[in-house]
Every structure is written in C-alpha cells, then in structure tokens.
Write a protein that binds this ligand. Structure first.
Ligand code: DAH
Length: 333
C-alpha cells in the first residue's frame, strides 16, 4: 500500500491539467464518490489493523489535501487566465487605432472669418445681432415705413403679427441696434443669417448670409466707402480683381450703389454688395444728429462671394450637406 501511495503521489505531481475537462477527470479519478482512488483508500482503511491505520490515515489525508490543492490552484489560475483573456480581446495593441475624423470648416464660415479679420485690421469692431427681429429694427427705422412699396423687395417669415415679429431680412437691422446704443464715431461689422421668402427673393434659398459694415463719424464721405470696399476686395482677391460701382436704390442709403465683381472664368459680372451713404432719416431715427454726423454702410452677400472665391457653380450646394463638397475645405484648417 505504501508503494501504491508513493506512485499516486508521483502521478499527481506530473499531472498538468490543460483545461477544465482535465481537471474534472482528475477530480473524479481521485475523489469520485463511487470509484475515486482516495475514496477507496478511505473505505479500505477499516480493514487495516488498528496499529497501522493511524499511519496510513495520515498519509491518505495528506494525499487528499495535495490533490485538492492542485485542483484549487489550477482552477484559480484558469479563472485568472480567462479574465485576462477577455481583457486582451478588448484591447489588442496590434489593431490599428480608431482615428477621430477631423471635420472641416464650412466655406461660409471660412469667408466669414476672413472678412472679420480684414475689417478688424482697419479698426472695425465685430458685433452680433438677433435673427428674430421686430418690425421697427428691420424696416421702419431703416426708412421703410409700413405700407411703403420698398418693403416688397424683402418678403419674409413672420413669427407674430401685431406687433410684427419676423426673421430678419437683412443684417442692416444691426445698424439700428448698434446706433441706438452707442455714440459715434464707430466702425462696426456684423455677419449672420438672414431670411427671405424665396419666391420674392432672387436667392435660391430661404436663408443666406450677409455681412453688414458701417462707419459713422464727422465727415465720412463716399470715397471712404469706396476705399473700404476696394480694400476688402483686394484683400480677398488680390489687386487684379475688377469691380464696378453701379448707381442703385436702397431706402436706407442716399446715394446708393451696387458693386459687381468681374468673373474672369465666365466673363460675367456678379453683384455682391449693396452700399451707400446712410440716409439722414435713418440717423435721425436713432437720435444721431445727421447735421453733424455722416456714415456709410454696405451689405455683402457671403454665399455669392464664396462662389467667386471657390469657383462654385451652384449656390444651392452650400446647404445640401454633401460631404464630398464639404470635405474639400479641410485644408483650410
Ligand atoms: N440690406 C440690403 C439687402 O439686404 C443690402 C444693403 C444695401 C446693405 C445697402 C447696406 C447698404 O448696408 O448700405 O439687400
């Protein structure tokens, strides 16, 4: 019996379970309730004479402990291994990383930022204005009284009627907001969204972007206006850009003009700016003495300007959200 036990000890030492099935076999083989070797030894212990029983009992118990230990160690190793295997699957350093896609700046925002930069350089201040306006700021104060035919130039979307609250039709309303609050002299620009009923407006969209630039001081003249516009065009297109001033009409400026830029690519003139000397009526509406102060103002269509800068054929493309179009502006970062 002693020899047998020695042999079993040896076997256990050399037995290295590879998986849980192996371990189960080991368990049943030694500790199984019916045919397990150790169980059998225990059963047979009774047959051994009392003198030797104690000695063998001890050896068998040691053997049992050894086997149980082995099972314990293996199963905890196995658990640990399994846990870490899961972790390894979650983090595989050999896989290529998930790149975070960098978006692009929308072309309208690029031009907006360029224009702000250009005017900040010559002492202008940037301000924002609300897109929801009341009648007075959008029309009346800008020399477009109720029922005046000039209002027909700009139909829009009304949020309330009486009193009229609407989506601003132009950024010129920012002139009124600013002039009401500040005393001249000032040089200001504002850029933002404006809204029009597309069946009335010549724009293909119910929304587009405008820049509003205005300057009020003593003795501001039309030549100041002209120089500011030429400076902006030269900054954007270089000195070779060809522009022309055409006499025009706006209710809030007198005299008024429109500025076209020549497109060498198709030989056509594109109207991009409305401008003029601020009408004395407008200044008086905001309590600025038109006898002392004069000013110029102009409005720029940002989408149109961007058409020229990027050689874009169709103005609708800006807001189609076509990634193939938008991602072309990545390099602008
Ligand atoms: N607000 C005009 C429009 O939307 C554009 C404009 C014309 C703005 C002349 C001006 C200006 O400041 O002086 O059609």
């Amino acid at each position: 019996m002693e020899k047998e036990i020695e042999k079993i000890k040896e076997n256990i030492k050399n037995f290295h379970p590879k998986n849980l099935d192996d371990l189960e076999t080991l368990k049943i083989f030694f500790l199984g309730k019916k045919k397990g070797i150790i169980t059998n030894f225990m059963k047979n212990l009774k047959k051994i004479p009392l003198k030797e029983r104690k000695f063998f009992g001890k050896i068998i118990n040691e053997l049992k402990k050894e086997i149980e230990n082995k099972i314990k160690i293996f199963s905890s190793k196995h658990q640990y291994f399994n846990k870490n295997k899961k972790k390894e699957i979650l983090f595989d350093p050999t896989l290529p990383g998930k790149a975070i896609e960098i978006g692009s700046i929308h072309p309208i925002s690029i031009i907006k930022n360029r224009i702000i930069e250009i005017f900040i350089k010559i002492g202008f201040t940037y301000v924002d204005g609300p897109e929801i306006e009341d009648d007075w700021h959008n029309f009346t104060a800008l020399n477009m009284p109720i029922d005046h035919p000039s209002r027909d130039m700009q139909d829009t979307f009304f949020i309330y009627k009486n009193p009229d609250i609407l989506l601003r039709t132009h950024t010129s309303s920012v002139q009124i907001r600013y002039m009401k609050k500040h005393k001249p002299p000032f040089r200001v620009l504002s850029i933002g969204k404006v809204y029009r009923n597309e069946t009335v407006s010549s724009h293909s969209n119910f929304m587009f972007h405008q820049a509003e630039v205005f300057y009020i001081d003593k003795k501001v003249s039309f030549s100041d206006l002209k120089q500011s516009i030429i400076y902006m065009i030269n900054s954007l297109f270089g000195k070779k850009a060809k522009i022309r001033f055409r006499p025009s009409y706006f209710p809030f400026t007198e005299p008024s003009a429109e500025v076209d830029i020549y497109n060498v690519k198709n030989g056509e003139w594109l109207e991009i700016i409305g401008c003029g000397m601020i009408d004395p009526n407008v200044l008086n509406n905001v309590d600025i003495d038109s006898e002392i102060y004069s000013g110029f103002a102009f409005g720029i269509g940002i989408e149109r300007l961007a058409l020229m800068i990027y050689n874009i054929k169709d103005i609708r493309i800006y807001f189609n959200n076509d990634v193939r179009f938008l991602e072309q502006f990545k390099s602008e970062f």
